[in-house]
Design a protein around this ligand. Structure first.
Ligand code: PAF
Length: 280
């Protein structure tokens, strides 16, 4: 039976009890609006630890002023049922006041990796992500924490932060879960109209096209230029780049893994996706 904790004290009392009994804890932070992608994170968590804790907290500090904080889907009842069905042990649903007792301001600034790609288009976004993940890690103190590869830049930034501040926590990632037509699952897909939803899978098709052309050894800048034009037929492109997957810098002879990363607007919905593969 899943336990639901709305306060830090209640959660920590149970966590202490589980830890005293020798249980390893896996943690899956989410903002709710759960879909099969989140459930894949839960399934990986179950393989890696004895007890799984999921948090549902829509973090105000990672949203920009004109973003969708106010309309972000709140589906807590449905989320609770799904997590129960997936045998999660603890669900943590804190209030904003509990997460940020001193207010929303933070000194945490993500260096370098936080300023490019999504960080360039969404100033302060990754500072907010790191602020909340840091706070949640302080509260939960898990052995393992699981993040999705769909937010690839977030995954790298959180991994870096964890190495620095929580070396005992192991960050693991789970591959992106896709709809049958290839669209990466995202809570924000709910915003798409029926006609937009039909177009949305073209994004992934274009990423696959880039991957194929890179593997055929075509010149990367030229590929990106051509495919960007293709993508612009359906989407407003925020960024489309092929980078070294470990550093998010330009690909060099030393690059072992490539990341093709993109963010686009479809109407007013911002979609992100990526493909990571060995350079070969
Ligand atoms: O990926 C998300 O859902 C959020 O950015 C996270 C990691 C839960 C922090 O609010």
């Amino acid at each position: 039976m899943m336990q639901v904790f709305s306060t830090i004290t209640a959660l920590q009392t149970t966590l202490d009890d589980w830890q005293d009994k020798g249980n390893k804890i896996a943690f899956v932070p989410t903002m709710g609006g759960l879909h099969a992608g989140h459930l894949a994170l839960v399934e990986l968590a179950k393989q890696k630890a004895d007890k799984v804790v999921v948090s549902v907290f829509v973090n105000p500090t990672q949203f920009g002023e004109n973003e969708d904080f106010d309309q972000y889907p709140n589906t807590l009842e449905k989320d609770t049922t799904l997590l129960e069905q997936h045998q999660v042990d603890g669900l943590f649903t804190p209030s904003v006041e509990q997460i940020y007792p001193q207010g929303l301001d933070s000194d945490i600034k993500v260096a370098e990796l936080g300023d490019i790609l999504c960080g360039d288009s969404r100033p302060g976004h990754f500072d907010g992500v790191v602020q909340v993940v840091h706070r949640l890690f302080d509260i939960v103190e898990p052995d393992v924490a699981i993040f999705g590869q769909k937010d690839y830049q977030q995954l790298l930034i959180v991994t870096q932060m964890t190495r620095q501040y929580f070396p005992a926590i192991k960050v693991l990632s789970q591959a992106t879960v896709r709809e049958k037509d290839g669209l990466a699952m995202s809570t924000r897909n709910q915003y798409l109209s029926t006609s937009e939803r039909k177009v949305a899978p073209n994004l992934y098709k274009n990423l696959l096209d880039i991957k194929e052309k890179i593997q055929e050894k075509q010149e990367i800048d030229a590929i990106i230029k051509t495919v960007k034009k293709q993508i612009q037929q359906d989407f407003k492109v925020d960024y489309l780049e092929a980078l070294d997957a470990n550093t998010l810098k330009q690909i060099t002879d030393n690059t072992s893994k490539i990341a093709i990363l993109c963010a686009v607007f479809l109407g007013s919905t911002r979609l992100i996706d990526n493909i990571i593969f060995n350079k070969g």
